[in-house]
Write a protein that binds this ligand. Sequence first.
Ligand code: NAD
Length: 357
Amino acid sequence: MSKRILVLPGDGIGPEITAEAVKVLDALVGEGLDVELDEGLIGGAAYDAAETPLPSATLDMAREADAILLGAVGGPKWEPLDISVRPEKGLLGLRAELGLFSNLRPAILYPQLADASSLRAEIVAGLDIMIVRELTGGIYFGQPRGIRTLENGERQGFNTLVYAEHEIERIVRSACDIAMKRGKRLCSVDKANVLECTELWREVAERVVKNEYPEIELSHMYVDNAAMQLVKWPKQFDVMVTTNMFGDILSDAAAMLTGSIGMLPSASLNEKGQGMYEPIHGSAPDIAGKGVANPLATILSVAMMLRYSLGESAMAERIEKAVEQVLDQGLRTPDIMSEGMTEVNCEGMGDAVVAAL
Ligand code: NAD
């Protein structure tokens, strides 16, 4: 039976970059990849059409899909909306509904782009780290939350950081499974010196690794130190595992080490292996509609999809090699442009990857 892929272009540059990724998928379908594509609405586009950022039709299609390819959501147009119907709620809702608890964010520096990093080439050349971020728990979902008025009339904002043991166990296992396929080194990031919730995180991480993955070398690091170490000597890390909010911040810092936010894919998996694949960047309203967005992060997200949800590692590798080849050819979208290279637009980059395939 064909595997079903749901494409959710979303907002801003989302439709531009997903169109190029779909071209790559179509090229592979022409060579025997057995998938069927559906398309749905999410985020601001969905709000405009149905007054909700996550229509039930989208959710139904997402539940049926083997994998989801998402562009990006959000933009200034929807910022005045109540937080409950903002585009980002569509994305958070989808993650929660599908139980996509494990967010894999690789930070790989392509040698061709070493000069694009804000750090010196010797510090980042050859960088290959994987940040595993817990995605459905922690402070982004914890209750109670809100803004309340105190007795003295002053308003107070509050959120709750909570993790149950089973949530910590499964994300640590997910990170260990990845570490086993890489360098077998795992760094668990917490703030156990201040937050009880992450004191438990540390204890559970210790237990899971000791009992189930004795081959893995586990270390612990406070999040403030992890942020410093990432910019000081990032190559010390192999796999990092951390909470939702710490992972959100650290993975963006790691992304910047690679020089372009437009190059990095991500995957979010649930316990069934169903996954949502998306570039790590947002909807880039500043360049939306200009046709200049870099589609490579989305195209590389398709490679992750083939590897993690569709069991097609060989095709995943072909995409990754094709991306390297277009970089070797000197083709660059404006965000990664440098002297002596050839500037192409979003469509030109997508076409070049298809040609290289
Ligand atoms: P952003 O990632 O959209 O943009 C940051 C900068 O990177 C911008 O200068 C943008 O032009 C550039 N950029 C991003 N992707 C690029 C690409 N593929 N090619 C070239 N340049 C690229 O982050 P932001 O500006 O903080 O947020 C814009 C909107 O996106 C907001 O509404 C935010 O909520 C939303 N957002 C969505 C997601 C998501 O859908 N997963 C993630 C982050 C932010």
